[in-house]
Design a protein around this ligand. Structure first.
Ligand SMILES: [Zn+2]
Ligand SMILES: [Zn+2]
Length: 258
C-alpha cells in the first residue's frame, strides 16, 4: 500500500541560521506552503516533480520560497505550476504579488494558455482532489485571511492549523473528520507572551492545550510548528514539563509517512 510522504522543509516562525520557514512537501509533488523550497530541494530531478503549491495565507514567510522556485522552473523550461488556494487568498496574491512591481505577472507569461503559474481556486470546507490526495481548507483566525487544511490520501491524513490564534471551526472539523493521524499546530510564543500571541494571531502551548481539551482531542498526536527560534528552548521546556506524550515538536528535515 502506498503511504503519504510528508517532508518537512521548514517549520519555524522565523528564518535565522539553520531555522527555516514553513513548507511541507507531500509525495514529492505538492507543496503545502512555500516558505522554504530551493534551500532544500535543489536537484533538477526533484524540482521537476513539484506540480502544485497549496497556500494557507499570504504572509511572506509562507510564500517566499515561490520566488526562487519559479525562477528555477522557468530556467528548466517547466511551466504550469498550479497555485492553489481559496479565492480570497488568490485575490490578495494577484493584486499584491503578480502586479508587475513586486514580481512579473507569471499567470500570463509567456502567454495565458501556457503560463508559468496557473492559479486554481478551491472552496472553503470542500474536499478537493489534488493529484493523489485530497485537501479541505478551513477558515482560521489570524491577522490576514488564512486557511488551515485537512490533507488526506485515501482514508488517512493529517490536519494543519497554519498560523492561527484562538479559533473554533478548525477544532470542530478536526473532531469530526475521520482518519486524522495527527495535527500540526502553531505554537509561536511561550506562555508568558500570551498577549502578543493573541494580537499577532498565534497560539501559546496553553492556548493550544485549552483548545484540544475543549474539543475532545486530548489523545490526538500533535506536532508543534512555527516556533520562533529565539523561544525554542523555553517552549521545549514548557512541552516537557507538560508531560503529555502526544505533544511533540515538528522536526525540520524529517519525513513523516502515514
Ligand atoms: Zn502568518
Ligand atoms: Zn507564519
Amino acid at each position: 500500500m502506498h503511504l503519504m510522504r510528508l517532508e518537512i522543509l521548514g517549520c519555524y516562525g522565523n528564518v535565522i541560521g539553520k531555522y527555516r520557514s514553513t513548507a511541507f512537501l507531500i509525495n514529492d509533488s505538492i507543496l503545502l506552503d512555500a516558505g522554504t523550497v530551493t534551500e532544500v530541494i535543489d536537484s533538477e530531478e526533484r524540482l521537476r516533480k513539484i506540480k502544485q503549491v497549496v497556500i494557507s495565507h499570504t504572509h511572506i514567510d509562507h510564500m517566499k520560497g515561490l520566488f526562487p522556485l519559479v525562477d528555477e522552473l522557468v530556467m528548466l523550461g517547466v511551466y504550469s505550476l498550479e497555485l492553489i488556494s481559496v479565492k480570497q487568498i488568490l485575490d490578495i496574491i494577484s493584486h499584491n504579488l503578480f502586479n508587475n512591481l513586486i514580481w512579473p505577472d507569471f499567470t500570463v507569461i509567456p502567454s495565458e494558455h501556457n503560463a508559468v503559474i496557473k492559479p486554481r481556486e478551491i472552496e472553503i470546507e470542500k474536499t478537493t482532489p489534488i493529484d493523489n490526495i485530497t485537501i479541505k481548507p478551513v477558515l482560521m483566525t489570524h491577522t490576514v485571511y488564512t486557511v488551515g487544511y485537512a490533507v488526506k490520501e485515501g482514508d488517512r491524513g493529517f490536519m494543519f492549523t497554519s498560523d492561527t490564534g484562538p479559533t473554533k471551526r478548525f477544532w470542530e472539523v478536526a473532531r469530526n473528520e475521520k482518519g486524522i493521524d495527527f495535527i500540526i499546530a502553531d505554537v509561536s510564543f511561550p506562555n508568558r507572551l500570551e498577549r502578543l500571541a493573541k494580537i499577532s494571531g498565534h497560539m501559546t502551548l496553553s492556548i493550544l492545550i485549552e483548545h484540544i481539551d475543549k474539543f475532545g482531542l486530548g489523545d490526538m498526536p500533535i506536532y508543534i510548528t512555527h516556533i520562533k527560534p529565539i523561544f525554542l528552548n523555553e517552549i521545549l521546556n514548557e512541552i516537557s514539563s507538560l508531560g503529555r506524550h502526544t505533544i511533540k515538536t515538528l522536526e525540520q528535515g524529517s519525513v513523516i509517512t502515514l
